[in-house]
Design a protein around this ligand. Structure first.
Ligand SMILES: C[S@@+](CC[C@H](N)C(=O)[O-])C[C@H]1O[C@@H](n2cnc3c(N)ncnc32)[C@H](O)[C@@H]1O
Length: 240
């Protein structure tokens, strides 16, 4: 069954775009508060796994408000970062942030679909996606597109939620993730469905070895993963 934010006849892609447009205004704040700030540590760790510390061109897909792109630019000596997202409102929040940090000459944000990239083959040294692939309408199409635009030998780094398995953390985390988070989200976010969708989409998403299988099917090699924070999320790495 396809997990979508709303119960409408629109496609998952259209609903996801709508949802992120709705929550863009307080996305960053809710991220920090609801993850107790740990999301910034996950981002740092994920960017730290990029082997090429001097990439010319880095592509950040599902860039949202550009936090992952900003962290990549901070840690690496990059010539140019391209961030792509389907949500206009998320990009607008990101653009404002880049202007304030005087990074708008270095990091370019473009509205676009990761599953149909208007980009040349073999044109990026590194591709990154943080908490994005789970939202793709067609995961395999998206991964194949990333493979197409990466240079030969280029690295893909993905940060995505997984499902904790160890007792009693699994039970405690699930209570928070399934019940408390949607409740807080309902009051604090402008979209009562967003945090319900977050929980459901994580439950339905292939994690660890199953996700590695999707990466391999898309043509990637040397695929690996590292679980973070008792299995709340994982960093996946793969090469073209
Ligand atoms: C949870 S946010 C993550 C944003 C950012 N990467 C971060 O770490 O904060 C997921 C983002 O994926 C974007 N997205 C979902 N499907 C997409 C697609 N097919 N192409 C581009 N962006 C997409 C959404 O609009 C949203 O901004």
């Amino acid at each position: 069954m396809e997990i979508k934010p709303y119960d409408t006849r629109a496609s998952k892609k259209a609903e996801v775009e709508q949802m992120f447009d709705n929550i863009a205004g307080n996305y960053d704040l809710l991220n920090r508060v609801l993850s107790l700030g740990i999301d910034t540590i996950w981002r740092k760790k994920a960017i730290n796994t990029i082997a090429n510390k001097n990439p010319q061109y880095l592509l950040d897909l599902a860039t949202g408000t550009a936090d992952f792109a900003i962290e990549a630019n901070k840690q690496l000596n990059i010539e140019h970062v391209t961030g792509i997202d389907i949500s206009h409102e998320m990009l607008e929040v990101g653009r404002e942030k880049l202007r304030k940090k005087s990074l708008d000459h270095k990091i370019e944000l473009i509205k676009g679909d990761s599953e149909n990239l208007q980009l040349e083959d073999n044109s990026f040294d590194v591709a990154t996606v943080a908490f994005g692939v789970r939202n793709f309408e067609n995961l395999d199409t998206g991964l194949k597109e990333i493979h197409r635009v990466l240079n030969k030998g280029g690295q893909l780094v993905i940060l995505e939620f997984t499902k904790p398995t160890a007792f009693p953390f699994k039970q405690l985390f699930n209570a928070y993730f399934k019940y408390l988070l949607p409740l807080i989200g309902r009051f604090k976010s402008k979209d009562s469905n967003a945090y319900q969708y977050l929980y459901e989409s994580v439950q339905a998403f292939p994690d660890y070895d199953r996700f590695i299988g999707h990466l391999q099917d898309a043509g990637f090699s040397k695929c690996s993963y590292k679980a973070l924070s008792l299995g709340i999320c994982a960093i996946y790495q793969a090469y073209k």
